[in-house]
Write a protein that binds this ligand. Structure first.
Ligand code: UDP
Ligand code: MG
Length: 320
């Protein structure tokens, strides 16, 4: 059966010269088998997004496009904007040409073979297909611990995300058009996509080790990402502060009563310890609270500026 539905595979790349040739090879094979099986149209292709890398990444992408313009496309961002924005740039470019788009990392950690199941799910009528990691055997203990802790924390804070799903997913054209309606600057795709709605399902896959090159997500970036995810989707931290304030207030009234009673009964002591303790405690809570509030105000600040999330320098995509 021949199908006229076009698939674009969008791959954000930041300094991925070490792995790109292999990624291109495997994705090419994948597109060709899907094509041979009649599951996608012959306009389907792989779209690499260069996220302002200063190594040979863009050169490699341009070369791939030159050699096989009907198979490889490229989007070059004006500068490095981070994984989420690079991915969005690719998705928003691909949506104009594709019926379904799969997003995938360049480092081959996501099992390329899960693509088949995603495309099948699309043909069954699902608009969003989340790739879900079946195990984290290849991750270091630290990465596994922090990542799973992150998902649990997000759930606890009431953010609707799919457990153990990163940004490996298929989205239909209409789901992407829905995504385009979300204009926020602080982008956290994993939190936004479930909000779009439409029928969705999951596909399990094994996560491998990075094929080559090193992770572009050191601990610092991971923490920033987690923090962004939480503050973009949940106002619970602010509510917790309020709760903390109420509790501390109640405790201080009890303390006051206690102090009065002990004074009246004549058993006063120097009280240095409790004094110091409470000063530090209150000071700490206040600083913490200010910090959290500041974080949200910072978000408001960057949202009101409405700055573009990405600027595309050039698109290499031959559709004819
Ligand atoms: N990436 C990007 N811009 C960045 C950092 C990363 O486009 O500023 C891409 C990177 O090339 C890869 C994906 O995002 O395709 C995920 O990055 P990485 O594999 O380094 O993260 P990890 O898998 O270690 O969390
Ligand atoms: Mg990776």
């Amino acid at each position: 059966m021949k199908d006229e539905r076009t698939l674009y595979i969008v791959v954000p790349c930041y300094k991925e010269e070490a792995v790109l040739p292999e990624t291109a090879k495997r994705l090419k094979k994948k597109v060709q088998t899907l094509l041979a099986a009649g599951k996608i149209s012959d306009k389907s292709r792989v779209m690499f997004v260069n996220d302002g890398s200063r190594d040979r990444t863009w050169e490699i992408i341009s070369q791939l496009h030159e050699d096989e313009p009907k198979l490889f496309s490229g989007v070059n961002l004006a500068r490095n904007r981070g994984h989420q924005n690079a991915l969005l740039a690719g998705l928003m470019t691909a949506v104009n040409h594709a019926d379904m788009v799969i997003s995938m990392d360049a480092d081959l950690q996501d099992d390329v073979d899960a693509v088949d199941a995603m495309v099948d799910a699309y043909h069954k009528g699902y608009d969003v297909v989340y790739g879900v990691r079946s195990s984290r055997k290849t991750d270091t203990f630290f990465k596994r611990f922090t990542a799973e802790g992150f998902y649990k924390l997000m759930k606890g804070l009431g953010v609707d995300i799919v457990f153990n799903h990163a940004d490996y997913r298929l989205m239909s054209k209409r789901a992407l058009e829905g995504l385009a309606e979300f204009g926020e600057v602080n982008l956290f795709l994993r939190g936004i996509v479930p909000q779009i709605g439409y029928p969705w399902t999951t596909v399990e896959y094994e996560r491998h080790e990075r094929f080559a090159g090193e992770s572009k997500y050191p601990l610092k970036k991971m923490l920033a990402f987690a923090f962004d995810g939480i503050t973009s989707f949940s106002i619970k931290p602010m509510r917790l502060i309020l709760l903390l304030g109420v509790v501390v207030f109640a405790v201080s009234i009890l303390m006051l009563l206690y102090a009065l009673i002990s004074k009246l009964s004549g058993g006063t002591t120097a009280g240095w310890t409790s004094m110091m303790g409470s000063i530090w405690l209150i000071g700490g809570i206040q600083l913490l609270s200010l910090g959290v509030i500041g974080e949200y105000i910072g978000k408001i600040y960057s949202e009101t500026k409405r700055r573009p999330r990405f600027i595309i320098e050039r698109v290499l995509n031959k559709t004819e």
